[in-house]
Design a binder for this molecule. Structure first.
Ligand SMILES: Cc1ncc(COP(=O)(O)O)c(C=O)c1O
Length: 472
């Protein structure tokens, strides 16, 4: 299903230099220090095919991050491009306000409800994961107003969670460096600790005991706030941007029990984990995660990142309450249900089904990735490999045996990320955790090559750290 046109030559050096010079001055990049960008101009990525991208200098790079956790089907899919082109020619835009809809939006809503966990009834479309989470916040607060419990305003999420960058989503997220800027979080957001075994487990504690203790932090917080103030608890099945933090088995079930017990809505942020990343349509359905949410937020992989689309899947309890009031939900975006984005999402979901991608992730790609990735721990810098589905993380240790971390000034993560690029593989640094989330369509040979290049990058990182005096 992939098509490769004749590649144009990599950018001529004068053009590349002009692009970079303009970019560092006129383009403010997300989560990037502009001063650093001026010192080290950005790589210009010119094309992608399958699991590989190519930069302007003609270097081929394995994209083990699927862009930003989103290019689930890989690059160069003619079927997605054709779906977009057909819809562009037929109807490039119409809105879904004021009693109108479009064919792709209506069909996609049906399809999403069909593949969603039981109990999901309706979809509200947005343009991104951030706007999906903002929509969800407004929706659950509205739900409680309609239930005659307007005091239930607080949303609880977890420290180190990433739920997006808009005011609401950044408040909901638990990233302290985001809260440090611009007076966040907004009121009525609360955060509990993440189920991070490596940081918060105690020696000798079983997985099951840690799962109960970690879920108990939510119950404790509900008690402190008073259940009558708590609207919802929001969690990612696996915390992605937080560093691929996989909860222990039993955590999801216990969280669900606590939410039900206190009447609190349970929301699964599936922006990363949805659409096959964990080998299931939604990560909450993975046997290790295992909880039944009242609402789901999604984005990214719904279109394999080819066009921006997000949304909220709404369970019957909330959907019926919103529908039963004879009053509009005063919320929406110009591009809610954009027909071209929805057409691409439909083509993407059909390809995932037709090609048995989820099954393949479950049966072969994910177990193979897990096994091969674990071998990287033979390197003296790398330890504590973990992951689920097509995600994986390892920790860079200064002294693995004594579990001694590098001081932040050593910039071990950043060095490793750069070394990865230089060795032809994209890996992301989250502090000293190095993470990957490769396209779901990786072959075993692709996984072998990803692991081989990461191995080279670890060695290069080690040499640099040694040269600069950061090793004992
Ligand atoms: C779990 C999660 N939620 C929400 C978002 C925000 O999505 P977007 O960048 O599309 O606004 C992200 C982005 O990485 C995410 O990982």
């Amino acid at each position: 299903m992939t098509r490769r046109s004749t590649p144009p030559p990599a950018l001529a050096r004068p053009l590349l230099q002009r692009l970079q010079a303009g970019d560092v001055v006129h383009h403010l990049h997300p989560f990037t220090d502009p001063a650093e960008l001026r010192k080290h101009p950005p790589r210009v990525i010119v094309r992608g095919q399958g699991v590989r991208i190519e930069d302007a200098e003609g270097r081929e790079i394995l994209d083990a991050m699927s862009g930003l956790w989103c290019v689930n089907l890989g690059y160069g899919r003619a079927d997605l491009v054709e779906a977009a082109t057909r819809q562009m020619l037929q109807l490039p835009y119409y809105n879904t306000f004021f009693h109108t809809t479009t064919e792709p939006a209506a069909e996609l809503a049906d399809e999403l409800v069909r593949i969603a966990p039981p109990g999901m009834q309706a979809v509200f479309f947005t343009e991104s994961g951030s706007s999906a989470n903002d929509t969800m916040v407004r929706m659950v607060r509205r739900y409680w107003e309609l239930q005659g419990q307007p005091g239930r305003q607080v949303l609880i999420a977890r420290r180190n969670a990433y739920h997006g960058s808009t005011l609401g989503a950044a408040s909901l997220g638990g990233m302290s460096e985001m809260h440090a800027q611009g007076g966040l979080p907004l009121p009525d957001f609360s955060h509990v600790e993440q189920p991070h075994r490596l940081l918060l487990g105690t020696p000798g504690e079983s997985d099951a005991a840690f799962a109960l203790r970690a879920a108990g932090w939510l119950e404790q917080r509900i008690a402190e706030l008073g259940a009558e103030r708590v609207a919802a608890f929001v969690m990612e099945p696996v915390q992605g941007a937080g560093g691929v933090i996989v909860p222990p088995p039993g955590y999801g079930r216990e969280i669900q029990r606590i939410c039900r017990r206190h009447g609190v809505l349970l929301v699964s942020d599936e922006v990363i984990c949805g659409f096959g990343r964990l080998g299931e349509w939604f990560g909450c359905g993975h046997p290790r995660i295992d909880f039944e949410p009242d609402l789901i937020t999604f984005a990214k992989g719904v279109t394999s990142g080819y066009l921006p689309l997000g949304g909220v899947l709404v369970g019957a309890r909330v959907a019926e309450a919103l529908a039963g009031q004879g009053e509009e939900f005063a919320h929406g975006f110009t591009y809610s249900g954009h027909p071209v984005c929805c057409a691409v999402a439909l083509a993407n979901l059909r390809a995932l089904q037709r090609e048995g991608v989820l099954q393949r992730v479950r049966d072969s790609a994910a177990p193979y990735l897990r096994r091969r990735f674990a071998e990287l721990q033979q390197h003296p810098l790398a330890g504590d490999a973990e992951g689920l589905g097509m995600t994986a993380a390892l920790v860079l240790w200064r002294d693995k045996a004594r579990r001694e971390a590098f001081p932040p000034e050593a910039q071990a993560g950043r060095r490793c990320r750069e070394a990865c690029f230089d060795c032809g593989v994209v890996m992301r640094a989250v502090g000293q955790r190095m993470v990957i989330a490769p396209p779901l369509v990786c072959s075993q040979a692709d996984i072998d090559e990803i692991v081989r290049r990461i191995g080279l990058a670890l060695e290069r990182t080690l040499q640099g750290l040694r040269r600069d005096g950061w090793l004992h």
